[in-house]
Ligand binder design. Structure first.
Ligand code: ADP
Length: 497
């Protein structure tokens, strides 16, 4: 079989047809309902205790911090009340030794210190005034007055949220390991250290990054009636949307303001269809799953997000390189003059190493429209140390990368389409002809060429959306979800105090 024929056969295995899209949307809706009824289902549908989305008219100065993994970001956000905002932020790397500290206090004291430094640097006046006021009050808790900054705390680790500013750490991920903190309320841990430094800051809200994206986009999308979905397509993938409280059948343990009749739900859609009722499952999906520390889990994420697509491509390419009939990235059987005869791959190349290919190479492949794929061939040479790759080889690489990217985008459309349908916005006469806003964030959706176009292509074929519905869906990049989104949740929370 020729390289071309073999490539075509692989590409075919990554096809996700219009029928597959529709079947998956139906299953997604079913799993959403199941998650609203009970715990332990594929889609966790976690209540966030945030009961409304902003309108764009919110005003005030709020703080936001974000502990995501490598960095700790501190910012202050001035909401101007006209959908615009001004943000000031500082970022610092979390020292490696604190990620595995003995006591939770060590890490959280470091975080509080960064907040102090930020206040001194950017809000000196506010800070000094607070210190003066504090000296005149007698109550030891007097410094937690109405002048304190309300702060949203984006904490991207698994937590069991039990209130708008309360959540216990389930387990650490991403290289953190401080057993002392597990089972404790992370907001209280941070507040304790903030109080030790007498800072005028109240941890008002615990924020999930997808909820931040939803809030930020509801504030910032002009003329919208609140975004229906906030979605992340970065290292991982997930979404949050506004659900009617009456549809939320499982018990809620914390306190919340029920007057809006709604609550934001963190879908945790990375684990959609772990049972593989509808998700595609090529031999390379199976191989990838086996390589991960959590086989059988996060099956949707493993087909959609940045952490996995590069590895999926690597597994396919390795198989193809082992195929003696096609001689990919080898010099035998040169078919054209352009197929140079010196192809060689360095031993240190990421192509040989699990997780050795970054998903950004899929974007390079999809974005190269030069007649002889010279950009991609240079990238292959530079990033994967494949010397002098032939045109045909680059063509095969591009076709496979695109097939993986296209399937990911169509799967992304399944989640987006399902949530849009669930919101009922397309058929709501009060919103007839209004845009239906979807806020997205993450390197994959931001950088992969045509990712959004491919999502729209799939949205158009979904029953109940169609051409007309897809025209009304307005996908836009949410600006700074972890900053402005967290600040907005702090604002909502302050209103509930
Ligand atoms: P996070 O989700 O951790 O906040 P990002 O949104 O930046 O961070 O996503 C990082 C992920 O995006 C990584 O898995 C990386 O491989 C992938 N990525 C980075 N750049 C690109 C790109 N140009 N095209 C596609 N994927 C990319």
């Amino acid at each position: 079989m020729s390289l071309l024929a073999e490539t075509q056969s692989i590409v075919k295995q990554f096809e996700f047809t219009d029928d597959d899209v529709n079947k998956s949307v139906r299953e997604f809706l079913r799993q959403m309902d199941e998650g609203l009824e009970k715990d332990g289902t594929s889609l966790s549908q976690i209540p966030t205790y945030v009961t409304g989305v902003p309108t764009g008219q919110e005003k005030g100065l709020y703080m936001a911090v974000d502990l995501g993994g490598t960095n700790f970001r501190v910012c202050s956000v001035k909401l101007n009340g006209d959908t615009t905002f001004n943000i000031t932020s500082d970022k610092v790397a979390v020292p490696k030794e604190l990620m595995v500290a003995e006591k939770a206090e060590d890490l959280f004291a470091f975080l509080a210190l960064q907040i102090k430094k930020f206040l001194e640097k950017h809000h000196g006046d506010h800070f000094e005034a607070h210190i003066r006021r504090r000296m005149t009050v007698s109550s030891p808790d007097g410094y937690r007055d109405e002048h304190a900054f309300r702060m949203g705390f984006t904490f991207s680790f698994p937590v069991q949220q039990v209130g708008i500013n309360k959540g216990t750490l389930i387990r650490w991920t991403k290289g953190f390991d401080i057993p002392d903190a597990v089972g404790k309320d992370v907001c209280a841990l941070l507040q304790t250290e903030i109080d030790k430094l007498h800072l005028p800051v109240k941890v008002a809200a615990l924020v999930n990054d997808t909820v931040g994206t939803l809030m930020a986009h509801s504030y910032g999308a002009p003329g919208s009636h609140g975004a229906v979905l906030g979605a992340i397509f970065g290292t991982g993938t997930n979404g949050a949307y506004l659900e009617k409280l009456s549809n939320l059948k499982k018990p809620l343990v914390g306190e919340y303001d029920s007057s809006t009749g709604n609550m934001v739900i963190n879908i945790e859609w990375g684990s959609f269809d772990n049972q593989l009722n509808v998700l595609p499952n090529t031999p390379w999906d199976v191989a990838l799953d086996k390589e991960t520390p959590n086989p059988g889990i996060q099956m949707y994420e493993k087909r959609v997000s940045g952490m996995f697509l590069g590895e999926l491509l690597r597994l396919v390419i390795n198989d193809l390189m082992k195929n003696p009939k096609v001689s990919l990235f080898r010099d035998e059987n040169s078919s054209t003059n352009d197929r140079r005869s010196t192809t060689d791959i360095a031993e240190t190349s990421g192509i040989w190493r699990p997780w050795g290919i970054d998903t950004s190479i899929l974007s390079h492949a999809a974005g190269d429209h030069t007649p002889k794929l010279s950009v991609l061939r240079d990238t292959l040479q530079e990033t994967l140390q494949i010397s002098a790759p032939a045109y045909e080889d680059a063509q095969a690489f591009k076709a496979i990368a695109e097939a993986i990217g296209r399937r990911a985008a169509r799967l992304a459309a399944v989640a987006i389409g399902a949530v849009v349908l669930k919101s009922g916005r397309l058929s709501d006469p009060c919103h007839a002809n209004d845009p239906v806003d979807v806020g997205v964030d993450g390197s994959l959706v931001e950088n992969y060429p045509y990712f959004e176009d491919m999502i729209y292509e799939a949205l158009r074929v979904i029953d109940g959306i169609g051409e007309e519905g897809a025209k009304r869906i307005r996908i836009g990049l949410a600006q700074d979800g972890s900053g402005v989104g967290a600040a907005l949740i702090a604002l909502v929370a302050a209103g509930m105090e």
